[in-house]
Structure formats: C-alpha cells, structure tokens
Design a protein around this ligand. Sequence first.
Ligand code: ATP
Ligand code: MG
Length: 237
Amino acid sequence: MWIPVLVSGVEPLTSPVPSGWWVHLCPILGVVRTGILGGTFDPIHMAHLHAGETALYQAELERVLFMPAGEPWQKSDRVLTGAAHRLEMIRLAIADTDGFAIDDRELEREGPTYTIDTLLSFPETEELSLILGADAALGLPTWHRWEEVVDRVSLLVVPRPGTDAREVQTVLPEAVFLDMAVLEISGTEIREMARIGEPFRFLVPLAVHDYIEDLGLYAESGGDDMVGGSSDQEEGS
Ligand code: ATP
Ligand code: MG
C-alpha cells in the first residue's frame, strides 16, 4: 500500500507502508521484522528513542535493535567515549521498553565496522529495516558496498533539522520517511552542555542524565575509558 507522508516543511512524500496481511503472516511464517538503529550513542538521547518507537509503530516492526558502533570509520575526527559507557547508557535508556533491545555485535568486532558485514550476519529470513537520521541517509552512498546495503534492507529515514528531505529522496528514492516531529537534539550538543554545566536533564532519560553527571563523563577533564574510533554506521553505516 502507498500512502503520502508529510514531512514538515516539504512536499508530501509517497512512501510504501507494509500491508496488513503480510505483517500478520510474518509470525506464522517465522519471519522477524527487525529495525536496526545504529549510531555512536555518545550519548543516547530522546530523538533516538522517539525514532525507534515511531519506527516500531509506523513500519509495524517486531523489534528495534539499538546497535552501538564500535569503531566508526567515518568518525575518526573525534575521540569516542568508551564502548562500555555508551552501552550502559543504552541499557539504562531502554530498560523494560517493549520492542526495544540492544545489539552489541559491532562492539565485538575488531577493526573498522561496515554495515554490510553487520547486515549479512543476520539470517536471510529476517526482514531488516535500517533506521537512519536524514543526515546519515544522505551519506549512505559513501558507505562500503552501499548498493548491497540498500538491497538488503528497507530504509526508514528520520527527519532531521538541517537536512532537506527532498535531497534524501533524490539520492535514495527507495527511502521511506517516518512521519514524526523534527527534534533538534544531538549528541554533540548534549556533550557540550554537560561539559559547560548547562542543564540537559530532559534531553535524555533521567537515568542516562544521572549516569553522565555521576561519572562526569563529558566534563572537561573527564571520561576515563576513552577510545579513538573510526564504522560506517556512524554517520550511518
Ligand atoms: P553526534 O552529534 O555525536 O553525531 P547524534 O545525535 O547524531 O550524535 P548518533 O549516535 O550519531 O547521534 O546518531 C545515530 C542515528 O540517529 C543516526 O542515524 C542519526 O542521524 C540519528 N539521529 C540522531 N539524532 C537525531 C535527531 N535529532 N533527529 C533525527 N535523527 C537523529
Ligand atoms: Mg551523528
């Protein structure tokens, strides 16, 4: 079924939505409908969580996996917070949320992580959707073996301030936009707020906020366990 989806500020886009009969048949056929939301999650914040929930609901997924990137190759410009902290913040954020789970397979892998390798590690019977912010979606054609990525998944794109949805549609005509509020929140901004002591309590789940503050994770001196990094799932892949 094709329905028009309105992304704020742009023309309505036409998007494929799973038709009801197929979604109902999946459990009977043993087909798992999985969304993958990858990123550095440094830290995880409300826009990630809202995007995950919207994808579950609008694309009728069975589950959304929050997949922290190990060594994002497109992020070699910045030192990432240690994987153990990023993982713990995701755990705190999604605790007991139906349909949400953590997948740490990219943290287990040595060296640069490529989304295509991650996707190929799922059973072929699993129906995969890749959930990407519009900024990350625009960068997808720079990912390693990106055509194979696009062949393997459905692309669910989250509107993001600063990225024109029509540009994404030009680059990736098969992309489907989630119909959700545009949230101007970023990890970069939260790290900076924490560093200079500005309040950010309502931009992340409270438990994540307290974890950051208790450990002084983004404080000037802070963040013991830091590692360098470079994957493609970072700004997407
Ligand atoms: P950073 O500023 O450190 O890059 P980030 O907020 O972009 O942090 P990431 O972990 O890089 O968070 O993003 C993971 C995924 O979530 C990416 O696909 C990114 O585009 C998407 N995303 C993050 N924040 C938003 C947002 N506010 N709106 C839409 N998508 C978002
Ligand atoms: Mg980012």
